[in-house]
Design a protein around this ligand. Structure first.
Ligand SMILES: Cc1cc2nc3c(=O)[nH]c(=O)nc-3n(C[C@H](O)[C@H](O)[C@H](O)COP(=O)(O)O)c2cc1C
Length: 167
C-alpha cells in the first residue's frame, strides 16, 4: 500500500477542487491511499508518513500564494527526503502558465521534484472578494464563471506521480 499526501493552499476553492480530482484518479489504483490536507492544517506526522507528497497552490498576479513557498521552506528537510510532486492552479495556459509554474516553487524543490504540472484553474465570480471580482472584470475581462481545470492535465500528472511511486 502506498500513501500519497496532497497538501494544497486555495483562496476560493479551485485548487482544492483540482486536488480532489487528482486524489480520485490516484485512488483508482487500489494500492494507493490518498490523504488531502489544507496546507494550514497539515501535521508533521502526515508528512513523515507519506510515500509521496504533492504540493499545490493557486497563482494570483503571476505568483503563487505566499503560504506555499513559506510551507516549502519550513519543511525543506522533510521534502528533500521524500518523493515530491508540484502543481499550480491558474487560468493562463501554454507558455504563460509554464513561466508561472517555473517561478512558483523554490529552485531547490523544483530540481528535487519528480513531477510538476499546471492543472488549470477556475473562478466563481460570486465567491470573490470585491477587489478580486473587480480585477477579474476589468483586467482579465472575465465576466462569467469559468472552469478550466484540465482533466487531461490532471490525468497526465496522476500518471507521472504513479511513475514516481514506482521508482
Ligand atoms: C484577482 C485574481 C488574480 C489572478 N491572477 C492570475 C494570474 O496572474 N495568472 C493566472 O494564470 N491566473 C490568475 N488568476 C486565476 C487563478 O489562479 C485561478 O482562478 C485559480 O484556479 C484560483 O485558485 P483558488 O480558487 O484555489 O484560489 C487570478 C484570479 C484572481 C481572482
Amino acid at each position: 500500500m502506498c500513501s500519497v499526501l496532497i497538501v494544497y493552499a486555495s483562496r476560493y476553492g479551485a485548487t482544492a477542487t483540482a486536488a480532489g480530482r487528482l486524489a480520485n484518479l490516484l485512488e483508482e489504483n487500489q494500492d494507493t491511499r490518498v490523504l488531502l490536507s489544507e496546507m494550514a492544517h497539515v501535521e508533521p506526522a502526515q508528512l513523515q508518513a507519506a510515500d509521496l507528497i504533492v504540493i499545490g497552490g493557486p497563482i494570483y498576479a503571476g505568483r503563487i500564494v505566499a503560504d506555499v513557498p513559506r510551507f516549502c521552506d519550513s519543511q525543506r528537510e522533510t521534502l528533500l527526503r521524500s518523493r515530491v510532486g508540484l502543481f499550480i492552479s491558474c487560468l493562463y495556459e501554454g507558455d504563460q502558465a509554464r513561466t508561472q509554474l517555473g517561478m512558483a516553487y523554490p529552485q531547490w524543490l523544483q530540481q528535487h521534484a519528480c513531477a510538476q504540472a499546471d492543472l488549470g484553474g477556475a473562478v466563481k465570480l460570486r465567491r470573490l472578494k470585491f477587489v478580486d471580482r473587480f480585477l477579474m472584470h476589468s483586467v482579465a475581462k472575465v465576466r462569467e464563471d469559468v472552469d478550466r481545470i484540465r482533466m487531461d492535465a490532471v490525468s497526465g500528472f496522476a500518471a507521472e506521480l504513479r511513475a514516481c511511486l514506482e521508482r
